[in-house]
Design a protein. Structure first.
Ligand code: FES
Length: 155
């Protein structure tokens, strides 16, 4: 099977059987993202335990690329620390913007590199990733503020 066909199959598989679709009531991170080019939106919910992502869900509407990308993202970030998740976000975005990528680090996500040929669709592939990045940044910022406030209260 040609590599392009294999990649197409991976994308279709995640689109037709999305992994981790849904929401969580007790998520530690809840964030929404929108693709400005088409108006499609999705939400990502992340649960943390012992400093790692113990569960992640996504829900929303969008094209096959955005849905497959979100599904693959949830599979890949489960079990990672927030720093590791941010590193993966960086690697994925870098690949989508034309930089070389390593299959060892990105696994099935390599299937999305073909999207780079269609610049208008790159935002579809990165929609969930940009949202997750924003959610992680907001969580870490608010966490830092809580820690800083607690330390000034102790003084
Ligand atoms: Fe809307 Fe792809 S066309 S996310």
């Amino acid at each position: 099977m040609a590599l392009d066909d294999l990649y197409r199959e991976v994308i279709l598989d995640h689109y037709s059987r999305p992994r981790n679709k849904g929401t969580m009531d007790d998520a530690d991170i809840k964030v929404e993202g929108a693709n400005p080019l088409c108006g499609d939106e999705l939400s990502i919910h992340v649960k943390l335990a012992q400093g790692k992502i113990s569960d992640v869900k996504f829900v929303g509407r969008g094209c096959s690329i955005s849905q497959a990308s979100a599904s693959m993202m949830t599979e890949q970030i489960k079990g990672k620390t927030l720093s590791e998740a941010k590193a993966l976000i960086g690697q994925f975005k870098s690949m989508m913007h034309g930089h070389p990528a390593s299959e060892e680090e990105l696994g099935d996500l390599m299937a999305l590199q073909g999207v780079r040929k269609f610049p208008v669709r790159i935002k579809c592939a990165t929609l969930s990733w940009v949202a997750l990045e924003q959610g992680v940044d907001e969580f870490q910022d608010s966490h830092k503020k809580v820690v800083a406030k607690a330390s000034t209260e102790v003084e």
